[in-house]
Design a protein around this ligand. Sequence first.
Ligand code: ADP
Length: 320
Amino acid sequence: GDGRLVVSFGEMLIDFVPTVSGLSLAEAPGFIKAPGGAPANVAIAVARLGGRAAFMGKLGDDEFGRMLAAILRENGVSDAGVTFDAGARTALAFVTLRSDGEREFMFYRNPSADMLLTPDELDLDLIRRAKVFHYGSISLITEPCRSAHLKALEVAKEAGALLSYDPNLRLPLWPSPEEAKEKILSIWDQADIIKVSDVELEFLTGKASVEDEVALTLWRPTLMLLLVTLGDKGCKYYTKDFRGAVDAFTVEQVDTTGAGDAFVGALLGKLVDDMSVLQDEKKLRQVLRFANACGGITTTKKGAIPALPTLGEALAFVEK
Ligand code: ADP
């Protein structure tokens, strides 16, 4: 195999964001196209930081799908695992944060190409070449993508890849909160690494607290590393041998979109180089400091993908 490859599986889509902030969708005078989808962001984060990454998923054979595939390639991410579906359209989301503080969403997913990926369309050789196989939970919502996701996990595990899971809760996409919780937790035991945000921790445990005993209800003997990200408070980590917290950097926050993806990408990029990070607390803390830096940098710029740091930027930031 090629040793250091991160394969990230799931959805890639375009967010349409109003050109003027604070408005409802109906009031927006125009929209900016912001490419995203957490698994795609993670692949790009890895590549920006100098690592090898491939994105795996399905795009529509339309203008938007071709645009997204080009964005992967421009960022040094392999699109060899991308399937195009002539009969389907790329997922689109219209998203705004209104001045009253409410988020407003509208999705084009009825169904979108990402939801239509079938198990037969998976590039199994690419999965088997992954040193780390990363995924979210949106691909678990509906068939046939759900079966494709479950098969990909099975193949990756069998091939000895490290499985990395960021559920990345997007509640409006789920039929109900109960189903979200049940399906998100249904693949908990397969992962080696899980990263949740403080908000997801509360949603999944039903407890409004980020205390260790709450986080540890999400611990499994099958896990190697559980991470909880806390925005400007950094992150907490749990392994079978040690646990602790690593502070965030102080930044001028502009837009937090993509911060968690930058954090995960930075971590996975370091892990493929040196898996002993998972057993060595000193090394792990260094890597999480770097991941916090990458998350922090991402919050200083608008959008997800444009804000993900390059290796040069990240190194300059942690050294200053
Ligand atoms: P998610 O995007 O998954 O909700 P967070 O918002 O917790 O995740 O952000 C991920 C990481 O990015 C945090 O652990 C932290 O290191 C960094 N980060 C996020 N927001 C800030 C901030 N305001 N200041 C500094 N670092 C931040």
